[in-house]
Design a protein around this ligand. Structure first.
Ligand SMILES: [Zn+2]
Length: 148
């Protein structure tokens, strides 16, 4: 289960969602994604400039894990290039599915607090939903796809 410190971080993100809301711009990529196992939903907004993600936001509803993970993801990927985002995405998935990162030098920030979700197999999709939405939004970006 989530320990107390990690639980506090997760609840803080679930309650005070970072980068929450719409991005209104013609060039914004918008994807809707639903977690089939828990009913969580997310709409993700991304603004890309070349190989960089210059802005990101989300709207959604769901359990605390899904909303906290979405909030944390927006902080992690903001102003990063596609290759870096892809690496972070891979490390986060390992943290959830295997319970540890393969490269500890990749800083997962507050998202590290979700490591206990590893033991809650039924909640894996809650933690990964936002990242799966990101995959959908970036399906055509070669430098992102190579690493996932
Ligand atoms: Zn959920």
């Amino acid at each position: 289960m989530l320990n107390d410190l990690y639980r506090k971080v997760v609840m803080d993100h679930a309650k005070y969602k970072r980068n929450y809301g719409k991005l209104e711009d013609e060039e914004v990529r918008k994807v809707h994604y639903k977690n089939p196992t828990c009913g969580d939903v997310i709409t993700l907004y991304l603004k890309l400039e070349g190989e960089a993600l210059t802005d990101v936001s989300f709207e959604g509803e769901g359990c605390s894990i899904s909303m906290a993970s979405s909030s944390m993801m927006t902080e992690l990927i903001q102003n990063k290039d596609m290759r870096t985002i892809s690496i972070i995405r891979g490390e986060f998935e390992k943290l959830i599915k295997e319970g540890k990162q393969s490269n500890d030098r990749v800083d997962l920030g507050d998202a590290l607090s979700l490591e206990g979700v590893h033991k809650l197999r039924a909640r894996h999709n809650c933690a990964l939903m936002a990242w799966q939405a990101l995959d959908k939004a970036l399906y055509d970006v070669e430098s992102y796809k190579r690493l996932i």
